[in-house]
Design a protein around this ligand. Structure first.
Ligand SMILES: Nc1ncnc2c1ncn2[C@@H]1O[C@H](COP(=O)(O)OP(=O)(O)OP(=O)(O)O)[C@@H](O)[C@H]1O
Ligand SMILES: [Mg+2]
Length: 381
């Protein structure tokens, strides 16, 4: 019984209302019983004033009058008690009904949220509760729905990610399988060129897996930034050194123009290096032979903007907002043919820049007109 009461908020509320009602009844009954004789005497005394003396209860020596008064009081008390009993019964009955309605008003939204959370736990992420009112319960319901919405969004992203990863893995795997079958059937010659192609696809696969691992690390924000004051020129020069050979091989010029007097920036050298390698690597990938890529930097308030400008293929305006989404590529077939990646590089770059408290964006005046990628870092004060 006690356990049952403990587990049911409705019963607890109802019992608390009941206790309040009973306390009210007790106070009403005892107060009236206590004050009734005095009140009767006083009122009879007032009446006596009109009817002549001797009717007051307790006044000695007024035989008949006193008996009459006693009878009158007994009758009055009996009728008063009867009326009081009915009044108490009616009040208790009505109070019980009202308390049940009120308990239900509190319990119903709590129950609704309970069953909705159960459905969400079972995987029905589109579940919402409908509770009106601006009180705490109404606000709780609004927060509950917000939380359910976020869970639904995360679930959608998770499904989409699995679908995307499966798709991305399938392409190189199909290529490797196709080449192997060709070799086994003797359709493809067992030349170093064929093996080279297979190796290239396997290489692509392993790069993809590395990128995915890196993506999951930056998305989960489990990496720690080692923030120190760093000179922008050091960051840029390290990236330039690492990519200059590839630029030479493709015949694209790579240069930097950094103004004097740039403040130091608060940055994790390795992580910002990764961002720069991604941007400068992309610029090389999407700029044909003979083009050039320029790295610039400028102070902007308490930030430093670092830009990578190329004279490459450019980006159609409608693609710019999605560039930083994972697996997003402007032209899937083009980036594949160009030995391109899987569209994760800019997503990783965005996470890394945002972890530094900065922003990253792309600009392009259109296809064939080059592009510019800029990110910001906080200057050291
Ligand atoms: N400098 C650029 N010029 C033109 N398009 C670009 C440039 N940089 C990025 N893009 C476009 O943005 C897309 C996303 O770039 P991102 O670096 O995320 O992926 P990716 O280079 O295709 O692959 P990876 O994951 O190996 O970096 C590219 O596929 C390309 O279409
Ligand atoms: Mg890239």
């Amino acid at each position: 019984m006690i356990a049952y009461v403990r587990q049911h908020l409705g019963i607890k509320l109802f019992l608390s209302y009941l206790i309040v009602i009973l306390v009210g009844v007790f106070v009403l009954a005892s107060t009236t019983q206590f004050t009734l004789p005095g009140a009767f005497n006083r009122h009879m005394g007032y009446m006596d004033g009109g009817m002549g003396p001797g009717m007051m209860m307790g006044s000695p020596g007024f035989g008949q009058g006193r008996d009459q008064a006693q009878d009158l009081y007994t009758t009055f008390r009996a009728s008063f008690n009867e009326a009081l009993t009915w009044a108490v019964l009616a009040a208790v009955a009505l109070a019980l009904v009202v308390s049940m309605i009120f308990s239900h008003g509190v319990i119903a939204p709590v129950r609704a949220m309970m069953s909705a959370s159960q459905r969400i736990a079972e995987g029905h992420y589109n579940e919402r509760v409908h509770v009106g009112g601006a009180d705490e319960l109404g606000q709780l319901a609004v927060r509950f729905n917000t939380m359910a919405g976020q869970l639904e969004q995360i679930e959608t992203m998770r499904r989409q990610l699995i679908g995307d990863v499966a798709h991305e893995l399938r392409t190189p795997l199909t290529a490797i399988k196709g080449s192997m079958e060709g070799l086994m059937d003797g359709v493809l010659p067992a030349t170093s060129e064929t093996f080279g192609q297979i190796h290239q696809e396997a290489d692509r696969l392993s790069r993809l897996v590395d990128d995915l691992q890196e993506l999951s690390r930056v998305e989960a924000e489990t990496f720690k930034l080692d923030l120190r004051p760093v000179a922008v020129a050091d960051l840029v020069n390290t990236a330039l050194r690492r990519l200059s050979r590839q630029y030479e091989e493709k015949g694209v010029t790579l240069a930097s123009s950094l103004p004097a007097g740039l403040p130091l920036v608060q940055a994790d050298e390795d992580r910002v290096g990764q961002v720069l390698l991604n941007l400068i690597g992309n610029a090389l990938q999407y700029t044909p032979e003979g083009g050039n890529v320029q790295i610039s930097a400028a102070r902007n308030g308490d930030e430093v903007n670092i830009g990578v400008t190329d004279t490459g293929v450019g980006i159609p305006t409608e693609h710019i907002p999605q560039l930083f989404d994972r697996f997003y590529r402007v032209d899937r077939s083009r980036s594949r043919r160009a030995g391109g990646g899987s569209g994760i590089g800019l997503t990783i770059a965005r996470h890394l820049v945002e972890a530094h408290g900065g922003r990253i964006w792309a600009e392009s005046t259109g296809e064939g007109k080059g592009s510019k990628f800029t990110f910001t870092l906080k200057a050291v004060k």
